[in-house]
Ligand binder design. Sequence first.
Ligand SMILES: [Zn+2]
Length: 298
Amino acid sequence: MPEIKLFNTLTTTVEPLTPQRDNTLRMYACGPTVYDYGHIGNFRTFLHVDALRRFARQSGMKVEHVMNVTDVDDKIIRNAAAAQMPIQDYTAKFTQAFFEDLEALGIEKPEFVAKATENIPEMVSLIEKLAGDDIAYKTEDGSWYFRIARFPAYGKLSKKDFDGIEDGARVDVDEYEKDAARDFALWKAPKPGEAQWNTAIGCGRPGWHIECSAMAMKYLGETLDLHAGGEDLMFPHHENEIAQSEAATGKPFAQHWMHVRFLLVEGKKMSKSEGNFFTLRDLLLKGYRASYFRRSPA
Ligand SMILES: [Zn+2]
């Protein structure tokens, strides 16, 4: 059986990909935020993850792969309100579209697909655990934050040096400026008209980062064999996932980290915010075949 060797972002070396137990690769890959149709830059990541899981199976491993679906966040709340739709109906439409696109691309469905809104109790338990150790704290408005000064290894994945972290400086947007370390939101206080849940830690909704830590550990255990995602997620998202998970368990969160490079358009990252994107649907309508997207460049 061929051995799989893969660059590990955490150790910055090429290492064998080895399951910890029963020859089963327990892998987590960050999934879509279902607020719009996916563009081919997004699908580039999912194609790479698909190639990896197929190769792992061909190498004799079993695969348990979890993908999250972020079905509550700032963009979803804003777009659903603009469309005058309840967020459940709004996200159902784009979740279905996402899986249709995966199927068109011949991407296998992961063994577990976990929706954020269906795993709120797991996120609340994780925040309670961090609160018990005084690593999570509540602000006056009812939001909860992670105190990164309590996690000295913060920055170990992205190799950023956060010496001189200002204790208590906070940010409540999920994607923040690239060189600043701030206490990040675990739970967001309720706002009028926004989706909210009544829980033991108060009313509100989860932040994006806690979602992945809670669902990954629920399905795969405290230490994953592999965590994957697009390179833009390395900081702050994956750094925050490591902080939350390892602060709660005291164990490594993932042995191997794989980051998939951006799809570039004239030297720039393809993204919704740059406006330089193509959805898979647009390109199929123009006559391109889905199978083209699986080919390696000549
Ligand atoms: Zn994630």
